[in-house]
Write a protein that binds this ligand. Structure first.
Ligand SMILES: [Zn+2]
Length: 258
């Protein structure tokens, strides 16, 4: 089932919380459902990887697109790393509009439980550039974000963009959710047509797997155009994004993000 992507906010710590190892024997049913949700969501947004906390969950589960193979990793951890240090430019579905030059290990070995192989534990050696995706996703599960690798000056330079994302004003072509501290609840944000799709999709169940905290924005007055950039109202009120804000080629957005 399609879920909204948790967007970066300094007010809510779900992306900053280390996920919990799953008890495979007793949790298969829950994990299967979660993995299904994650696959549906990743397919819909078109990214290269997804961690469970990016849809508001705290299980240690991630998806990584390694070439033409989508691998599901439960309880993954990196057992070894080597090769050269490689610098690449990363994007993140939870931090739209921001890229980060990150130095990572060229080769990693990752141990994980593979639900697509009868829940067996496996160890996989992954090389660049796919090793970047694995490291990015395992970082997510440990509460670490790509922006943590930036220098203090680089961090300073992206503050405006981060604030924009946190107040629901991100240029995304998928449905995200932001934490509204003022009302202590989540709100969905995204292009109008994507929000409509999302509402229709969930019209029969009216629920999300994100622990029941989601408050769906349905107030038409929050559509762009009602508020001026930089006003106090906008600071506190996430609003929906219209298509003209997304950019020239919305279909391309999110493709490189993980
Ligand atoms: Zn990410």
């Amino acid at each position: 089932m399609l879920q909204p992507i948790v967007l970066y906010s300094s007010n809510h710590n779900i992306l900053r919380t280390e996920t919990k190892q799953s008890d495979i024997k007793n949790d298969k049913e829950n994990l299967q459902k979660l993995i299904g949700d994650m696959k549906d969501t990743l397919e819909s947004v078109g990214g290269l990887g997804l961690a469970a906390n990016q849809i508001g969950r705290n299980e240690s589960v991630c998806l990584v697109q390694l070439g033409d193979k989508l691998i599901t990793m439960v309880n993954p951890f990196i057992t070894d790393s080597g090769g050269e240090k490689k610098i690449s430019i990363e994007g993140c579905l939870s931090i739209p509009d921001v890229t980060a030059k990150v130095e990572r290990d060229e080769i990693v070995s990752v141990k994980f439980v593979n639900p697509d192989n009868d829940w067996q534990e496996e160890e996989m050696r992954v090389e660049f550039p796919y090793s970047v995706i694995v490291q990015h996703e395992v970082d997510h599960l440990n509460g670490i974000l790509m922006i943590d690798y930036l220098s203090p000056m680089q961090k300073q330079l992206i503050q405006t963009k981060l604030k924009k994302v946190a107040r629901g004003n991100a240029d995304i072509n998928y449905v995200g959710m932001v934490w509204r501290d003022s009302v202590r609840s989540w709100s969905l944000v995204g292009p109008f047509h994507k929000l409509m799709e999302f509402y229709n999709y969930h019209s029969t169940d009216n629920s999300f797997s994100s622990n029941g905290e989601v408050d769906v924005i349905s107030n038409e007055s929050e559509v762009i155009g009602e508020q001026e950039e930089g006003t106090q109202a906008e600071e506190n009120t996430p609003r929906e994004i219209t298509e003209h804000e997304i950019g020239q080629d919305p279909k391309k957005q999110g493709k490189e993000k993980v």
